[in-house]
Design a protein around this ligand. Structure first.
Ligand code: GLN
Length: 496
């Protein structure tokens, strides 16, 4: 089997035992990138020299007998929102074209120390605003199942790279669904950890109270290994939780749901949901029952208000966070010819540097935060946020996890929703409540929709710091469905 088809866990073992080397594994993935990138366009930056230098260093560290983690030598792609000292970081925006960060994000630093090898930076919606990666200033990414369709967003490049076997692992960020949604529509695993469980230090901010970095992988155990490798308290992030990392790897290995109480969210289904998505979801519920889980229906009445509340809170926070792109400190500068004031240069730069969706959000957020409207919009949305957290709290008194489809539909054609922001926003209908409440949720593949043969995701939501439950249930579903499919779902994808 080609090295690019192997799991991250298996690659880690082969490298540690000396059966292969980090350099060999990196080269195999760089070759795969060369062959499929013209179609997939998952990467904004690939630099074989830097990758191979990193791989040689890891091989040297292993040869010296340094004790590295289980992923030492395993390649990874990073969403282009994580700062990296040896690669540019653009957040998918023209305003940061070519920017070289002076420091590593905590997550990239920790993964470097654990011996992971960076393949490059993955495409994304500009500043992580979007659900299809079409808001990238550098063009869209194709879904490896059908490159005329979106790979989801905002972490579409990260998801596509893993689904296309360009990388066994990648990082993403999930503010309203941007890990789970692209994972679902590309047929892979994506996890949004508990808010504060993964460090935001060095991750270019979109909406700070919602942004949550997390892992992508082709299977649940690999995602858990990556999750564990970058987690743990970070004194550089004021919202980082100072508590032990939930036992995610153990849970992923265990994958047992006997006696577990599973709640089906009543509000997620029906109108607007593609029949093939609903059918696969119901089948998966039956699978869980057959494995001994007790499944009940649970109502979360405030979830219906999550989307409007999110689209006030996220733009409000982004309008404040993006004020730093002022043409003075870093990034693009337009019109600085000695005749214009700083304000004029700032306005020209922001007009040229930001794309339409980013501008829409900044305007919306600035309006919602303005003194006359603050209470009516931002204040109300924060109250809804509390109601949603209470719905979760009440639900987790009755059940151990909640489940739903990850997305209402499968991957849509590139171009279909670009001029219709409302249709685009609906892609995150099921994922947003979790961001507002800060708890954990994962998406695992649960089959192909009959209408279009495209992947469907199952979302498993757990309480704050109950991340291990997501992996435990995800692993059980993965194992049961692999038996049914005679392998993993990705093996059914047409060759690229
Ligand atoms: N699609 C949502 C948005 O556009 C969520 C994005 C995200 O999670 N980063 O804001």
């Amino acid at each position: 089997m080609s090295l690019t088809r192997k799991s991250a866990a298996e690659l880690g073992r082969l490298i540690a035992s000396g059966e292969t080397s980090a350099v060999e594994v990196a080269q195999a993935h760089l070759d795969r990138i060369t062959s499929v990138e013209p179609k997939v366009k998952a990467f904004l930056h690939v630099d074989a020299e830097t990758t191979l230098r990193q791989a040689r260093e890891v091989d040297d560290r292993i040869a010296r007998g340094e004790a590295l983690g289980p992923l030492a030598g395993v390649p990874i792609a990073h969403k282009d929102v994580f700062t990296t000292v040896d690669m540019p970081t653009t957040a998918g925006s023209r305003i940061l074209a070519g920017w070289r960060p002076p420091y590593d994000a905590t997550i990239t630093r920790r993964l470097r120390e654990a011996g992971l090898v960076f393949l490059g930076k993955a495409n994304m919606d500009e500043f992580a605003m979007g659900s299809s990666t079409e808001n990238s200033a550098y063009g869209p990414t194709g879904n490896p199942w059908d490159v005329s369709r979106v790979a989801g967003g905002s972490s579409g490049g990260s998801a596509a790279a893993v689904a296309a076997y360009e990388a066994p692992l990648s990082t993403g960020t999930d503010t309203g669904g941007s890990i789970r949604q692209p994972a679902a529509v590309t047929g892979i695993v994506g996890m949004k950890p508990t808010y504060g469980g993964s460090s935001r230090y060095g991750v270019i901010a979109f909406a700070s109270s919602l942004d949550t970095p997390g892992p992508f992988a082709r299977n649940v155990l690999d995602a858990a290994l990556l999750h564990e490798a970058f987690s743990g308290h970070d004194p550089y992030d004021a919202t980082s939780i100072d508590a032990p990392v939930p036992p995610v790897v153990e849970a992923a290995r265990q994958g047992d749901v006997a006696g577990l109480r599973v709640g089906v969210v009543k509000e997620f289904g029906g109108e607007g949901y593609q029949p093939g998505v609903v059918a696969r979801f119901h089948e998966t519920v039956e699978v869980l029952e057959s494995l001994g889980a007790k499944v009940v229906e649970v109502s979360c009445p405030s979830f219906g208000y999550a989307l409007p509340a999110y689209y006030l809170i996220a733009p409000s926070e982004c309008s404040s966070n993006l004020a730093r792109f002022d043409a003075m400190r870093y990034g693009m500068r337009v019109g600085d010819d000695g005749t214009r004031s700083a304000e004029e240069v700032m306005a020209l730069t922001r007009a040229a540097g930001f794309g339409p969706e980013v501008k829409r959000r900044i305007m919306l957020g600035t309006y919602a935060l303005s003194s006359g409207y603050y209470d009516a919009y931002y204040g109300q949305a924060q109250k809804v946020r509390t109601l949603i957290a209470r719905d979760f709290e009440a639900a987790f008194h009755q059940v151990d996890v909640l489940i739903s489809p990850t997305t209402p539909t499968t991957a849509f054609p590139i171009g279909e929703r670009v001029d219709d922001p409302m249709a685009m926003y609906l892609a995150d209908l099921c994922t947003i409540p979790t961001n507002l409440a800060g708890n954990a949720a994962i998406s695992v593949p649960c089959g192909l929709a009959d209408e279009d043969g495209l992947p469907v995701g199952l979302q498993i939501m757990a309480p704050v710091l109950g991340d291990d439950r997501c992996y435990r249930v995800g692993a059980a579903v993965e194992r049961a469905l692999a038996e049914r499919w005679g392998g993993d779902l990705l093996s059914k994808a047409p060759a690229l």
